[in-house]
Design a binder for this molecule. Structure first.
Ligand SMILES: *Cc1c(COP(=O)(O)O)cnc(C)c1O
Length: 380
């Protein structure tokens, strides 16, 4: 176990343990779903969904991953030196105005999403006098950030459209990979295949990349040559209607700071939102919405204390939570005893997200830097 970053345990409200071996196992589970010859990349944007991009990327490199995606240019520049030279780091948002040159000089791969970005990348290749690597991003139904078919056609019609650009792959992004029966899931692979065929007429053998985490689990029509999982690496179930083959990676425990016995009817916390008839006991831990423990979990979250599920009592405060621990034996519900807030079921990230009315992505990316952080296993 290695503690890096954040305050030390005794000065923090809770300890977040990141299980890097579980991240590596999840990657292997996903990679094993892909056909021979396809590669499983890793999406480590937003500091690897809150878990720590350097630690996660190094761990996955050691497991065999060679392609890493981040969102912003600065994330790519920060990650590049953490990985060996044969790892490819691709920047999903592509070169922003004025930002192309540092990306090119650092050897990053740019995802090219707009005609302007293609032009920017061509120009930087001319300025630095060598070919620059890129992944071309085509729109197949997201209508968010990618080249529409007409823009791809225009680029392919121009003999100099990709001048100086070393195309590494073509990609597109699934809109409904969490819903296996959604009609978009028949449209998008078909549209992507058509656009890939047009690109391959010019760039024979160009690899295709369509699947995010959900796409990997949806099966072969989505796999192509390069998969881009994010959430599944970190234990979120990308297809909620199916059982998850993935392990939890983020474990959050908070020691009880105080236990109050209640022997007559009384309320707990802001807006007096929780009533105890008494006799009962309320335990307080030092975690709140300022730590990413969403306020929408008020009255809906549970913790686990001594193996017993304990309900969150009342509102989530900025820095404190209260649990009704009346069902836990008195000698177990004492200051210093740990309440598990996130980790294995019943407090897995999918369950916590559902209770909060959100998705596991938002739970993980919101994990605070105020927690004491510990990394278990992996390659640091
Ligand atoms: C974030 C992202 C991914 C990863 O998606 P998950 O659902 O977390 O697996 C893949 N591709 C693109 C373009 C993304 O923005």
């Amino acid at each position: 176990m290695t503690g890096i970053g954040g305050p030390q345990a005794a000065l923090a409200g809770a300890t977040l343990t990141v299980d890097l071996d579980a991240v590596a196992r999840n990657w292997k589970v996903l990679a094993a779903r892909l056909p021979d010859g396809a590669h499983c990349a890793a999406v480590v944007k937003a500091d690897a969904y809150g878990l720590g991009a350097d630690a996660v990327a190094r761990t996955l490199y050691a497991a065999g991953c060679r392609v890493f995606f981040v969102a912003h240019g600065f994330e790519g520049l920060a990650l590049r030196p953490a990985l060996p030279a044969d790892a490819e780091v691709a920047v999903l948002h592509g070169p922003m105005p004025g930002g192309a040159r540092p990306l090119a000089e650092a050897g990053l791969t740019a995802v090219l999403n707009t005609p302007g970005q293609v032009a920017e990348w061509r120009a930087v290749a001319a300025r630095i006098g060598r070919a620059v690597p890129a992944i071309v991003h085509v729109d197949t139904g997201m209508t968010r950030l990618a080249l529409p078919p007409s823009a791809l056609d225009a680029l392919l019609d121009d003999p100099d459209g990709f001048e100086g650009i070393a195309l590494r792959a073509a990609m597109s992004h699934l809109a409904c990979a969490d819903d296996p029966v959604h009609p978009m899931n028949t449209d998008q692979p078909a549209r992507f295949s058509a656009q890939l065929a047009r690109l391959r007429a010019r760039f024979p053998g160009l690899p295709g990349s369509l699947a995010n985490s959900g796409g990997i689990l949806l099966g072969t029509p989505f796999h192509f040559d390069l998969a881009r999982p994010g959430i599944a690496l970190f234990g979120g179930n990308p297809v909620p209607s199916q059982p998850s083959p993935l392990m939890p990676t983020a474990h959050l425990v908070a020691p009880i700071v105080q236990v109050q016995s209640v022997d007559r009817p009384q309320t707990v916390g802001y807006s007096a939102a929780y009533a105890v008839e008494g006799p009962g006991r309320i335990a307080t831990v030092a975690v709140g919405y300022a730590d990413g423990f969403l306020r929408s979990l008020s009255g809906r979250a549970i913790g686990v204390l001594a193996g017993v599920a304990v309900p969150l009592a009342g509102r989530v405060s900025m820095d404190l939570l209260t649990f009704d621990v009346s069902a836990v034996p008195e000698h177990e519900a004492v200051p210093g005893a740990e309440i598990r807030l996130l980790g294995a079921a019943p407090v897995d990230v999918d369950a916590v997200a559902e209770a909060a009315g959100t998705i596991p992505y938002e739970i993980l990316t919101g994990l605070s830097r105020r927690y004491h952080r510990v990394y278990r296993g992996g390659a640091l």
